[in-house]
Design a protein around this ligand. Structure first.
Ligand code: HPA
Length: 177
């Protein structure tokens, strides 16, 4: 992100594969990330701060751009792509979550969980990237009920199947952003 910023990047689209905690979500859904919860128990800004990169205590009150979210909604409507909205949480992984962890996440308002995106978004905001859009692709159901196991192959397969729809949405947004 710091290199991107040094190169002049001012708008960013971040994406991820995520497990869907929200019971309305289905495998293959695309979710606009409205907000995030950092459950990585670490932060990319820890350690000495180089103030030429950004402030020591950056604001995170509006991590994602309302303008880009509205644009994504408009593009999706025009292309007939269904969109969900929700809060994304990042964990370090690499194991998937236990049922108790998923129930906990559900109670604190998390709709989708994955292993990325939050650190990039934090650094993007710190270095002054002015607009960030985040999109999760729901690759597996993660409701916390003891049920089918989650496998990395299932995640890869769902992501591959949904790829063209995701690309279509992102291309539409990029053309108009
Ligand atoms: N949990 C965490 N990360 C993920 C998942 C999940 O269920 N699916 C894809 N990335």
């Amino acid at each position: 992100m710091r290199v991107f910023r040094a190169l002049g990047v001012d708008r960013l689209i971040v994406s991820n594969a995520a497990g869907g905690l929200n019971r309305n979500f289905r495998v293959g859904d695309l979710m606009i990330i409205t907000d995030v919860i950092n459950l990585m128990f670490d932060n990319p800004l820890r350690g000495p701060n180089d103030s030429s990169c950004g402030p020591r205590f950056p604001d995170m009150s509006r991590p994602f751009s309302p303008r880009l979210m509205a644009l994504a909604e408009e593009v999706a409507r025009r292309k007939g792509i269904a969109l969900s909205w929700g809060t994304y949480a990042a964990v370090t992984g690499p194991c998937y979550e236990t049922p108790a962890e998923l129930r906990f996440m559900s109670r604190i308002g998390i709709d989708a969980v994955g292993m990325s995106t939050v650190p990039e978004t934090i650094v993007a905001r710190q270095v002054g990237v002015s607009e960030v859009l985040g999109i999760s692709f729901i690759t597996n159901v993660a409701t916390g009920e003891v049920g089918p196991k989650v496998s990395h192959d299932e995640v890869l397969k769902a992501a591959a199947e949904g790829g063209p729809r995701f690309v279509d949405l992102v291309q539409g947004v990029v053309r108009q952003m």
